[in-house]
Design a protein. Structure first.
Length: 518
């Protein structure tokens, strides 16, 4: 997927308005949807006040809020507008007390009105940081971009990342996406376009079947979320399976819905419901969000020696291959490609431990801190599996860290590591997540040149890149290094979405347990 031509930036300039982007920067925006960027942006306060279907549907919630009371206008504004490029004013509602979660709320077709303000205020009162999107304002800017299709998922992701950084959120959280009326239909398309793990989930209030766009939403991993209609526009269309959990509430009282009804919708509409007072509206919404975002009861807590690390375990399937893969994610965190590669490796009997770099490097780290995390991971899981060897695999942001952490690992840990795999690395290793790096090449303080780290590494390395990455690809510059093998695959930074083939090629290139050489 490629966005070409002129565009308005996500980040505002000094005047508070979006500035133009070149083609390379726009392509990078799309490229990094599942692998977030690294450089701060600067929004400004506004002058006024300073699948359908699919495994992601949570059916058990359909009946929680069939009756949704009308929302009374708030006595005073719950949000503060922050100007952010394509979005115009992002309506910020700060949490009362500790920050529990992050929510991106998309308004109905009337824009940011009293209902949206009241809902945002209720969510913030329960500890959510809410980023409110005025759908008409954003849509006008989105469709003005001279491209063949739109990529709102990248815009939403980047806005949420930057706003969390701007608000000095200590621990990053993936945003829950909520849409109201036309915003529900649009939020569905955003969720369908985004890679798995980009959002914490989706709640849709009502639905607008009449919503039409003048150009399509670019195809995402879940498929095409728009289809042409008989009038030349594009309507929101179902995908087979959303990548994240979805709670649809089509007949929530106060939420607008129009157009045709599905069989399921008709069934829900005919179910008798008990009345709910207006005063219960906020508590019902907060309760629904809390249910959707509650941790899975089956999740096993990590042992105390690694409990502070943002780790994800994907157990080996079938017979254990006596191999453990430590995945250092892209700067989008545990999402998209990282999840797919982990599942593919696990299917081959490899136990996978993922380190979410978005969370780990949300605060600036030193190279030694990153290496210490690897020491602890190898130490813990190596003790559980004394006969297993380890590979360290990184994607994009995480790829640059692979030789750095291996070189600085303790001798005992490094002795267990038989290979490092770098998937689409940059030329430098960076130790803090910076939002918005596609706006230009930036040298980050404390960054380490990757070429020297590769030269210093005694462990076999595999450098993987897409043959369409072109000048963005670092791997070809390392051709001929004694301990490095270059592996070129079809596609660009996301390998045409063929993660099964990517994992197959990587697995075939790994050293055997006997030889230790790729």
């Amino acid at each position: 997927m490629t966005i070409r031509g002129e565009s308005k930036a996500l980040s505002p300039d000094a005047s508070g308005k979006g500035r133009g982007l070149g083609e390379a920067a726009l392509c990078a925006l799309v490229r990094r949807l599942g692998s977030r960027s690294r450089a701060p942006l600067t929004p400004t306060l506004s002058p006024d006040n300073g699948s359908v279907g699919g495994e992601g549907v949570l059916r058990r919630f359909f009946f929680v809020l069939i009756a949704w009371p009308a929302i009374a206008p708030a006595a005073q504004a719950a949000t503060t507008p922050v100007h952010f490029g394509l979005f115009g004013n992002v309506h910020l509602a700060e949490p009362a007390g500790a920050h529990k979660r992050t929510i991106v709320f998309v308004s109905d077709k009337n824009g940011w009105d009293a209902r949206a303000e009241a809902l945002a205020g209720a969510l913030a009162a329960d500890g959510a940081m809410v980023f409110g999107v005025d759908l008409p304002a954003y849509s006008k800017e989105m469709i003005s971009i001279k491209d063949e299709c739109s990529f709102p998922a990248a815009h939403f992701q980047e806005m949420s990342d930057w706003m969390q950084r701007h608000q000095q959120v200590k621990d990053f959280s993936y945003p829950l996406l909520i849409g109201d009326g036309a915003g529900a239909s649009f939020a569905y398309a955003v969720a369908a376009q985004a890679p798995k793990g980009t959002f914490a989930g989706l709640i849709t209030l009502g639905w607008d079947f009449s919503l039409r766009l003048p150009k399509p939403i670019c195809k995402g991993d879940a498929g095409k979320a728009t289809q042409t209609d008989d009038r030349g526009g594009y309507r929101i269309a179902p995908v087979a399976s959303l990548p994240n959990a979805w709670l649809p509430l089509p007949f929530a009282t106060g939420a607008r819905h129009d157009g045709g009804l599905t069989v399921l919708g008709t069934l829900l509409k005919n179910i008798p419901t008990s009345g709910t007072s207006v005063s219960d509206a906020s508590s019902d919404l907060v309760d629904t969000v809390a249910r959707l975002t509650a941790p899975a009861p089956s999740a096993k807590p990590l042992p105390s020696d690694i409990a502070d690390l943002p780790l994800i375990e994907v157990p080996a399937q079938g017979e254990f291959a006596q191999r453990i893969a430590v995945i250092l994610t892209g700067d989008g965190g545990w999402a998209g490609l990282d999840i797919a590669i982990a599942n593919e490796l696990a299917a081959r009997g490899i136990h996978v431990i993922g380190l979410n770099t978005l969370k780990f490097f949300w605060q600036t780290r030193k190279p030694e801190e990153a290496a210490d995390a690897l020491n602890r991971i190898v130490g813990h899981y190596g003790a559980e599996h004394p006969a297993a060897d380890f590979i360290v695999l990184g994607y994009s942001f995480g790829a640059g860290l692979v030789p750095v952490v291996i070189n600085r690992a303790a001798d005992a840990a490094r002795a267990r590591i038989v290979a490092g795999v770098m998937i689409s690395p940059d030329a430098e290793a960076v130790f803090e997540i910076h939002v918005g790096d596609w706006f230009g090449s930036t040298h980050h303080q404390g960054a380490l040149p990757l070429a020297q780290e590769i030269a210093d590494t005694k462990v076999a390395l595999i450098c993987v890149h897409g043959d369409e990455e072109g000048a963005d690809s670092f791997c070809p510059s390392q051709t001929g290094k004694a301990q490095l093998r270059e592996l070129a695959l079809p596609g660009g930074h996301h390998y045409n979405g063929d993660y099964a083939e990517l994992a197959t090629r990587i697995a075939a290139s790994l050293p055997s347990r006997a030889s230790g050489k790729p």
